[in-house]
Design a protein around this ligand. Structure first.
Ligand code: BGC
Length: 828
């Protein structure tokens, strides 16, 4: 019996073959149970008597390894036999050893893969432990090279038959050596495992103009390709991955930056061979397959969707298929990025736990999935690394080449995330567990405030990726980055004060409440006029001041008005970045500008919420214009096609369009208040709350509003009846309730355009635009009609008619009015 320690290979070549570990062990008569605990620095695939153990992939996942290292535990009773057995493991480079970040820094945690395992054999009268020690041997096998960014090279001819079975001749193998690692950081179930969640069949296989075979899986995802092949030994199949095709139809690999994302498989050549990589993952939709022997049969390839195994808890759909698709894309962006760590993107040379991205997205994430296991694990890492460095790192786990500094939106997640999780689960332990981290961050920023009480110095990401920021400076948007910082600090200090109060830390509560008042007063003095204008007039500046309760009621109305004007002046295209986008729709709808919020939602011109959907997007992009209208990639280098941050708008869809939100932490009191608008005639949203399923379904049909809601046991709901003639509100208990009443005249018809609507806006609705073009053609035969044409685009429709003198003008106006008149919409 031995106490396990980490072991490794005495010789390891960086970027070389994966390390294979093995040992034989005897099992005596009478075994009751066998359990295996296993982890590694690197990615581990455990094997026992020729079988793979368990269904966790990419184990042990990525945590702040120096502080916490996840240990998987499996019941392996059924895999062991009386007599000789063999325990094996293949360990690849993973996050611990291989290159990370755009600097491709190797060895962030260890210079070589290392293994730790403890196999416990339970007998009626004793327990025996087989632990990793120098009784293990190390060798090589078919995995020739592997890495998170680079992909995997597998030469099936080099598989050592029977290496993971008893009696294998390991005479060519060497003795494992010890690897120094603090065993106190090992944690059973430190984080929920990553698993293979879904398989997607190809939707199309095409031959590109250059002659390459490209498989389209129809969905941008995280995972890999699995295939079955039959061909001659030594044939190498190469799979290159990409999220997009160029307009010419070749792989567009620019979004990967330096990630090679290429798998290679060399055939053994003895009949059918099925393979998938185990030491990498790719963010992709397309795979170019080179070297396939013979014709590629679509049935031979599937995409394996891989992410942290979480329970789905949130759903949304609506009558406008583009909006439903926007929501679906948000779900996929979350799935693509909750791969062990909540990351910015899954495809390029980053895939890092960027704090700001999660700050923007957390409310949406917590609605869509049960994130508690993963995010609480991540918060433990955040706290541990914050303690070590004194600062919340910009990415968690921190592997950045430069030191982080306290930064609004990004570092704020130390407070906002525990607060959001508490709102969802109403469990004070969530706040307790993070309290030291929350207060340390808040006090650190307090120490950085200037004499006025503003956060006015130091680096800030600001309203990151404001579409109007210069291409080479994504932090240089329209909104003063220190305004963004102080506005977010108003929110952070409020949440901090409430947390202290909830946990009974009365001195802290008083201190942080006072700090909050100080920051709030300083912000108002510096940035807000008495009437409610915000000096830095941008959609983001207004959205933050409205949503962070910085303004009094009168000022809020004025600010809402200005925000509506700014949003309209931008033609309802997006003019906000990471800081403002999650809030702008709420800021409009909560200040009486619901219709403008809908116009913002339904706009399709670039860049807008729906523009990517019209371009065939299947996920949320890093920028709304990551792909340009001609199908080419935006050349700024920040153009991931799988970034959840801006998908934060889905939270507004859930709460305002769907109409489901919580009035109290843990959903004990629910607000059901759908706010129909735009051309929507139906929406449904549901959330698996900690108390059970809450469901809201509204539809406008045949001149009636139908509302059906389900309130879970243990909850009550305030129901504000949508489009109700008397604006009625009702209080209801758990159960299913429904209402039916007349809809306002005209609602449910697609009557969103008037003669004052700019031509460009009308052209975004294909049916209405077709009718308008008909009229134009009648009056201006032979004149080409192009809504994008600069002078016509900005003109209201009435101005076009006014250009025709006399009766013709009046006739034209009448016909145009008919063309844009409301039409019945058949949905549901
Ligand atoms: C990431 C972002 C992140 C940002 C901050 C980017 O490279 O992809 O989402 O928040 O850097 O600098």
């Amino acid at each position: 019996m031995s106490t396990p320690s980490f072991i490794t290979s005495p010789e390891y070549a960086a970027d070389g073959p994966a390390v294979y570990f093995r040992r034989d062990f005897p099992v005596a008569v009478g075994l009751v149970r066998a359990t295996l605990k296993i982890t590694s620095l690197g990615i581990v695939v455990p094997r026992l008597n020729g079988s793979r153990v368990g269904d966790e992939v990419l184990a042990p996942g990525w945590t702040s390894y120096k502080n916490r290292l996840h240990v998987s535990e499996y019941d392996v009773t059924d895999l062991v036999i009386e007599g000789e057995n063999a325990l094996g493991a293949v360990v690849g480079e993973g996050w611990a050893v291989g290159p990370l970040t755009w600097e491709l820094t190797r060895g962030n945690y260890a210079d070589r893969p290392a293994l730790w395992a403890e196999l416990t054999l339970h007998y009626p009268d004793r327990v025996e432990i087989i632990g990793t020690d120098d009784a293990f041997q190390v060798g090589e096998g078919a995995v020739r090279a592997n890495g998170i960014y680079r992909g995997e090279d597998y030469d099936a001819r080099l598989e050592q038959a029977g290496w993971d079975r008893a009696g294998f001749d390991a005479s060519g193998w060497t003795k494992a050596t010890g690897f120094d690692w603090d065993l106190s950081v090992l944690e059973l179930d430190a984080a929920p495992p990553v698993r293979r969640i879904q398989e997607l069949r190809p939707v199309e296989i095409t031959t590109s103009p250059s002659g390459a075979t490209i498989v389209d899986f129809g969905q941008v995802l995280s995972g890999w390709v699995r295939f079955t092949v039959d061909g001659p030994a030594g044939t190498t199949i190469t799979l290159r991955h990409a999220e997009l095709l160029t307009p010419e139809g070749e792989l567009e690999r620019e979004t990967l930056r330096q990630a090679d994302a290429t798998d290679r498989y060399t055939l053994r050549g003895a009949g059918e061979e099925t393979w998938e990589p185990e030491f990498t993952f790719h963010g992709f939709r397309y795979a170019q397959i080179d070297g396939w022997p013979g014709e590629l049969d679509p049935a031979s390839v599937t995409a394996i969707v891989v992410h942290t195994d979480m329970v789905r808890t949130g759903w949304f759909e609506t009558s406008d298929p583009l909006v439903s698709k926007l929501h679906e894309n948000t779900v996929w962006a979350m799935r693509g990025n909750f791969v062990s760590v909540p990351t910015d993107c899954p495809q390029r040379d980053e895939r890092l736990g960027w704090t700001g991205d999660l700050n923007a997205f957390a409310p949406t994430a917590n609605y869509l999935y049960d994130t508690r296991g993963l995010l609480q694990s991540w918060l433990k890492d955040l706290a541990a690394e914050q303690q070590a460095s004194g600062t919340v790192p910009w990415v968690v786990p921190d592997v950045l080449p430069t030191a982080s500094s306290p930064t609004a939106v990004w570092s704020d997640v130390a407070v906002s995330l525990p607060w959001e999780l508490y709102q969802e689960h109403a469990d004070l332990d969530i706040l307790r567990a993070s309290y030291a981290s929350m207060t340390a961050f808040t006090r650190q920023v307090e120490g950085l405030l200037d004499a006025r009480g503003l956060w006015s110095e130091g680096f800030q990401f600001g309203d990151w990726l404001d579409p109007d920021a210069p291409a080479n400076n994504p932090a240089g948007g329209k909104t003063d980055r220190h305004l963004v910082a102080s506005a977010y600090l108003c929110k952070t200090t409020r949440e901090m004060a409430k947390t202290s109060e909830l946990l009974g830390h009365t001195d802290d509560a008083a201190h942080f409440a006072e700090l909050h008042e100080r920051v709030l007063a300083a912000f108002r003095r510096e940035f807000v006029t008495e009437s409610g204008r915000v000096v830095n007039e941008s959609a983001t500046a207004y959205a933050l001041t409205i949503m962070f309760e910085i303004l009094d009621e009168d000022q809020k109305q004025k600010a809402g008005q200005r925000l509506a004007e700014i949003v309209e002046a931008a033609g309802y295209t997006i003019s906000t970045g990471f800081a403002g986008t999650p809030l702008v729709s709420d800021a409009l709808s909560s200040t009486g500008h619901l219709e403008k919020a809908y116009k913002l939602l339904l706009e399709k011109h670039c860049p807008s919420f729906l523009y990517p959907v019209t371009m065939g997007a299947t996920t949320i992009w890093e920028r709304w214009d990551s792909v340009l209208p001609d199908g080419s990639l935006n050349s700024t280098g920040m153009t991931s096609l799988n970034h959840y941050a801006l998908g934060a708008v889905a939270s507004w869809l859930h709460r305002v369009v769907g109409g489901l939100s919580k009035l109290e932490p843990g959903w004990k009191k629910i607000l059901i208040a759908p706010q129909p608008g735009g051309s929507l005639t139906f929406a449904r949203t549901a959330h698996q709350t900690p108390l059970g399923l809450a469901d809201v379904d509204w539809r406008v049909t045949d001149g009636e509003v139908l509302l059906e809601v389900t309130v879970p046991e243990g909850a009550t709901a305030t129901v504000k009846l949508p489009l109700h003639p008397a604006d009625a509100t009702e209080e209801v208990a758990a159960g299913t309730h429904s209402w039916r009443y007349p809809a306002p005249a005209g609602y449910g018809r697609e009557a969103i355009f008037t003669m004052d609507t700019p031509v460009k806006e009308i052209s975004s609705n294909p049916d209405v635009w077709a009718a308008v073009v008909e009229v134009f053609k009648r009056y201006f035969p032979g004149v080409p009609i192009d809504a994008a044409g600069a002078h016509l685009a900005a003109m209201p429709l009435s101005a076009v008619a006014e250009r025709m003198p006399g009766v013709a003008g009046a006739d034209l106006a009448r016909d145009l009015e008919t063309a844009i008149s409301p039409r019945e919409v058949s949905h549901v």
